[in-house]
Design a protein around this ligand. Structure first.
Ligand SMILES: Cc1cc2nc3c(=O)[nH]c(=O)nc-3n(C[C@H](O)[C@H](O)[C@H](O)COP(=O)(O)OP(=O)(O)OC[C@H]3O[C@@H](n4cnc5c(N)ncnc54)[C@H](O)[C@@H]3O)c2cc1C
Length: 411
């Protein structure tokens, strides 16, 4: 029987107890406060203080060395915790384990100067404010980051930034103080050395929020995805994050664990959906039979279980590889989980909607929201096709063809 390390089981059960006692019973209240326009509902702030005081805080940061912040869990140890956090859209924030702040903190941890860490990482570790990551642009195909057009030019002791970004999640949230902007600093350099990352405080003159983009006509106070215009935005040269020209490589480093975390949370959400499917199918009857007696219902539930457990094993294997051989060597598995989990997530959400009938398309169950998130997940952090391209290329490189001809007869 496959089992996770003892430390992983212990921390998961601690988080699960806290989730069951302090978070889940407040779900209705959280939604009411969010609908009243509270981007960070009061109940979330209260529970967050409680989690922090118990030390259940910053669990998703990488374990780089003994002196690093956070609980220093390995990726594998975090998998079980992330599943619990994925059960509700707002649970990750309670423990300061949410995107985009975690990947942004990770960038600062990996590449920030001491001064940048003090100014930006420390307050993010304390959740004093939020952050955003602005790479995608409306005018260019941004799944290929070498297309980016935003220009970041040196002028004396400042960088001057001009360009348009969109889907910079959280940037228009009132709590957001930092945007990590990706743009072109070296247009003549080799393609992968053209971009850099610059730390831009949200109150810098020249930043305009043009609009908040709804996702499937849904816009919540906490999930804002704005379009931003940067017009002659000036920041000090010291706001460059990492090396000039290293933006592409840093982006790849950021996305490895981030994709893993998204996948693990999605698996937790799918567990909830499967449980809700089982519950619903026992409660309703049509044409003289309970819905769970129909083979189509049994197939919906069984296939969901098979597909989800396959995904979990793949995700756990990828987490183990990230811990043992690193992002670069595990890039095929990272692409594999991104495609597999997003597809499974969408399929399970779709089956749940179907079983709940009309109620399934309302907000009374988490299924409709899950479906829209799953559909978007097939695009953000890299569209399916781009990951399939990566997997196929690596598969081609890894093939050893020496003995293959023996399988082919009559040549
Ligand atoms: C909810 C949500 C949140 C997001 N949050 C952020 C964020 O915080 N920060 C940020 O910078 N961005 C964010 N994004 C943007 C996201 O990362 C991009 O949408 C994604 O990288 C794709 O870029 P694009 O939209 O420009 O699509 P394009 O690059 O234009 O691609 C469009 C389509 O073209 C096809 N395609 C592309 N390449 C290939 C290929 N190699 N082979 C075959 N087909 C291909 C695919 O069907 C693809 O979906 C978010 C997006 C969403 C939906």
């Amino acid at each position: 029987m496959f089992s996770l390390p003892q430390k992983a089981a212990d921390i998961r059960s601690e988080v699960e107890n806290f989730f069951n006692e302090s978070i889940l019973p407040n779900n209705q209240l959280w939604h009411e406060q969010n609908q009243q326009g509270q981007a960070i509902p009061d109940i979330e702030k209260t529970i967050r203080q409680k989690a922090k005081s118990l030390g259940l805080w910053n669990m998703a940061l990488p374990h780089l060395s003994e002196n690093e912040p956070g609980m220093q869990l390995t990726n594998l140890e975090f998998t079980g915790v992330a599943e619990v956090l994925g059960r509700l859209e707002w649970a990750s924030r309670i423990f300061n384990c949410h995107a985009p702040d975690v990947p942004n903190m990770e960038l600062l941890q990996l590449f920030g100067s001491d001064a940048q860490k003090e100014q930006w990482l420390q307050p993010l570790l304390e959740a004093q404010f939020g952050s955003s990551f602005a790479m995608t642009e409306p005018q260019v195909a941004s799944s290929d980051p070498v297309n980016l057009e935003t220009r970041m030019v040196r002028d004396g002791d400042q960088w001057v930034i001009d360009g348009t970004k969109w889907f910079a999640s959280n940037a228009s949230n009132e709590n957001c103080r930092l945007i990590i902007v990706v743009g072109v600093t070296d247009p003549e350099a080799a393609k992968s050395r053209r971009q850099s990352m610059i730390l831009v405080p949200t109150d810098t003159p020249g930043i305009k929020v043009k609009r908040n983009l709804p996702v499937f006509n849904h816009s919540s106070a906490s999930g804002l995805h704005p379009e931003l215009e940067f017009t002659e935005v000036r920041v000090p040269l010291t706001n460059l994050l990492g090396e000039q020209g290293a933006g592409f490589a840093m982006g790849q480093a950021r996305l490895g664990p981030a994709r893993l975390h998204h996948c693990m949370r999605a698996i937790g959400e799918c567990e909830v959906l499967i449980s809700l499917m089982v519950k619903r199918s026992k409660e309703r009857a049509t044409f003289g039979k309970r819905i769970d007696e129909y083979s189509s219902t049994q197939a919906a539930i069984s296939l969901s279980r098979i597909e989800l457990d396959q995904c979990r094993l793949l995700v756990q294997q990828t987490a183990y590889l990230l811990d043992t051989v690193g992002n670069k060597t595990a890039r095929k598995q990272i692409s594999m989980i991104k495609v597999a989990v997003a597809k499974t997530y969408q399929t399970i959400a779709d089956r749940t909607i179907q079983l709940y009938g009309a109620r399934g398309v309302t907000n009374d169950t988490p299924a409709a929201w899950a479906f829209s998130r799953a559909r978007a997940f097939r695009i953000y952090d890299g569209p399916d096709e781009v990951h399939l391209q990566t997997i196929a290329r690596l598969e081609q490189q890894e093939q050893d063809e020496t003995l293959l001809e023996h399988y082919l007869l009559n040549q």
